[in-house]
Write a protein that binds this ligand. Structure first.
Ligand SMILES: [Cu+2]
Length: 153
């Protein structure tokens, strides 16, 4: 349990790394990045707000099953609570998206080779989620709490 708390703390720290560059920094070398860690079945906490503009998302799977980091921009006015309620009622997450931005997939204990480079739009809300299932009958991981949202602001 103590090890788990340490991992979660470290994960939260990674999310902030590189996001608050000083004004004098060389922008071409310091594209802000958000390093997201996935566990069974949650993502490391994301900031509720992330600065708009070019941003890199990375993914590391610290869990024991395969996970994805799926990043989507929500339709205007849609809240995460509405989306989750809609999915619980049998809807698909995509019904609430303006656009799917990108997907990273990683097996247990692994990171994908790629990253997501996204131009975050100011005033828009984004969802990070995993829609994988452990078995065809099991609920998708988003229903187990594997999602996190933020606003580009
Ligand atoms: Cu998952």
């Amino acid at each position: 349990m103590r090890v788990m708390a340490a991992i979660l703390f470290a994960s939260a720290a990674f999310v902030c790394f590189g996001m608050f560059e000083p004004a004098y920094a060389n922008r071409s070398r310091t594209t802000p990045h958000v390093d997201v860690v996935g566990n069974d079945y949650a993502f490391s906490p994301l900031p509720s707000r992330i600065k708009p503009g070019t941003t890199i998302f990375t993914f590391a799977n610290h869990g024991k099953v395969r996970h994805e980091l799926s990043l989507a921009r929500l339709k205007k006015g849609v809240t995460v609570d509405e989306l989750i309620a809609g999915v619980k009622a049998g809807g698909r997450p995509g019904d609430y998206f303006e656009r799917s931005v990108g997907i990273l997939v990683a097996g247990p204990g692994l990171s994908p080779d790629g990253k997501i480079l996204v131009d975050l739009r100011g005033g828009e809300s984004y969802l990070v989620f995993c829609n994988f299932k452990d078995t065809p009958e099991a609920p998708p991981h988003i229903m187990l709490g594997m999602y996190s949202a933020f606003r580009a602001q």
